[in-house]
Write a protein that binds this ligand. Structure first.
Ligand SMILES: N[C@@H](CCC(=O)N[C@@H](CS)C(=O)NCC(=O)O)C(=O)O
Length: 134
């Protein structure tokens, strides 16, 4: 999205997350078996926030981040809550969709905890950015 926003040409490589990420070729690039990954010449970056920072520093126009203090704080909060709270909360659902099933009782208990975390994260974001819907 950042590259599209900045109109930078790139070569997207599609990956099926039902197993491609555990293949030796991809594990050599990211041993943590997660997307996104950015390869730019001899530089390989993992972690979406690091990738966004790199793209924004290398191609500053248009900027991805606001400079005003409150706006910057909110953007950072929303992006970190999304990565640290919402994304892990979706893991049980993703695993279920991919057919990687575990003990059903354990999954139910886990999903209740994750739902509470998701609600708390969304409420935190909503109260700070009251003009936006999440
Ligand atoms: N902290 C990482 C999280 C990346 C992440 O969880 N990616 C998921 C897809 S949204 C993934 O690749 N899952 C595959 C797996 O864990 O095997 C980031 O911000 O880049």
């Amino acid at each position: 999205m950042a590259l599209l926003e900045k109109q930078i040409e790139f070569e997207p490589i599609a990956l099926n997350l039902d197993g491609d990420q555990f293949g030796p070729d991809f594990l050599a690039i990211n041993p943590f078996h997660r997307i996104p990954v950015l390869v730019d010449g001899d530089l390989t970056l993992v972690e979406s926030l690091a990738i966004l920072d790199y793209i924004d520093a290398k191609y500053p126009t248009p900027p991805l981040l606001p400079t005003e203090a409150k706006a910057l704080g909110i953007v950072r909060m929303v992006s970190m809550l999304t990565l640290n709270e919402l994304l892990p909360a979706m893991f049980p659902l993703t695993r279920q969709m991919l057919g990687v099933l575990g003990d059903i009782e354990e999954k139910l208990a886990q999903s209740k905890i994750y739902r509470a975390i998701e609600i708390a994260a969304i409420q935190t974001m909503s109260t700070s950015v009251d003009s936006r819907n999440f």
